[in-house]
Design a protein around this ligand. Structure first.
Ligand code: GTQ
Length: 349
């Protein structure tokens, strides 16, 4: 079967297409090669956002609108290949959220899953299902689908984090539901740290039955994940494509922490250069520590702490670091694997 051509459009054919178009019919052969492509073909472009620059604009937004009025004071990281679509990849959303001292981002819930990756400030909280968690640099925090959540900052510093949501996926399936809570904040009914103690100590409550799509842990503290990488580093076993890379896990079933999105944390030791790698899950990376450069299909982006970059589906990636460096990443791999769509190419290493 030829994959690269569209049959010639003769005047008779054009007239026919026009005639059937009025009846909501259209010929497959005119579009076949653009809708069933031999390899992923995407409007998503490789791009890097320098954190310092984005933060300046976010602080400027802080003077223009309150968290209360905005509901969420967020600057969307919009992929330059898909302007106006509120997307960082074809399937995922990303934004930088600011909560100023004394502010509350009021409680609401929606069918979209959200992750937070904390970038600035410390000690502000997010509340999920009656429990507050205090957020520190590098913490990975989950808001499961339809869970009430509000964010508050009782510290004296601005708090900024990266939001990652599956908004385009939920939109694609036409399954968006959202509602506001009657009060700004939900009542606190559980002790801070309860879910981490209950589910994050390599144990589960006796008789626990896991019925939810998301992990019962909702804050994966950076301190713990980082310590694990530091201990493993001493073993000196490096994956050629990933260095040392850990997957955030739902302790109840061993799956990904969220139903649609997968998250990873990786350590690349000083002067490491990864082997070319590509996969079908377009991925958002956040540099957490260190510095280096990443080459995506021949285009090189230099990064330092807190910079954010996106790698489109099936584009080859090479990371090179000048010092020990840590990268957080998220993608739609959890959804792709459930649907049997995910592929990777390790270049035979
Ligand atoms: O914090 O609940 O960036 O609902 C976009 C939508 C954050 C949130 C976003 C949201 C939120």
């Amino acid at each position: 079967m030829s994959r690269d051509g569209v049959p010639e459009e003769t005047p008779e054919r054009a007239a026919f297409y026009k005639k059937i178009g009025e009846k909501s019919l259209t010929p497959l052969w005119a579009v076949m090669s653009s809708i069933i492509t031999p390899e992923p073909k995407s409007g998503c472009q490789s791009h890097l956002w320098r954190y310092a620059e984005a933060k300046d604009y976010l602080m400027e937004a802080g003077a223009l609108i309150t968290a209360q009025e905005a509901e969420r004071r967020v600057l969307i990281l919009e992929n330059p290949g898909m302007p106006g679509e509120s997307k960082i990849t074809t399937s995922l959303y990303a934004g930088l959220q600011l909560v100023m001292p004394g502010e509350v981002a009021p409680a609401h819930r929606h069918s979209q899953s959200a992750l937070r990756f904390v970038l600035d400030g410390h000690g502000a909280h997010t509340a999920v299902n009656g429990e507050r968690t205090m957020m520190e640099y590098g913490d990975f925090v989950i808001t499961p689908p339809m869970a009430w959540h509000d964010h508050g900052n009782e510290t004296d510093e601005p708090m900024i984090w990266l939001d990652g949501l599956d908004i385009p996926i939920v939109g694609f399936f036409d399954t968006s539901f959202a509602e506001g809570y009657p009060d700004d904040e939900q009542p606190v009914t559980r002790i801070t740290g309860d879910s981490l103690a209950r589910f994050g100590a390599n144990m589960l409550p006796v008789d626990y039955r896991h019925e939810k799509a998301s992990s019962p842990i909702f804050n994966y503290p950076y301190a713990r994940s980082r310590d694990a990488l530091e201990v493993m580093k001493q073993q000196g076993e490096w994956d050629p494509c990933h260095g040392l890379k850990l997957r955030y896990v739902n302790p109840a079933d061993g799956g990904f922490a969220m139903p649609t999105m997968a998250q990873h944390l990786q350590l690349l030791p000083k002067n490491f250069e990864t082997s070319r790698y590509r996969s079908t899950d377009a991925t958002v990376f956040v540099a957490v520590e260190g510095g280096g450069r990443t080459t995506i299909d021949g285009q090189t982006f230099n990064w330092g702490p807190k910079d954010i970059f996106v790698v489109p589906s099936w584009k080859s990636v090479v990371h090179q670091v000048d010092e020990d460096s840590v990268l957080f990443s998220y993608s739609d791999r959890a959804a792709q694997q459930k649907l049997g769509l995910w592929r990777e190419d390790r270049g035979n290493v």
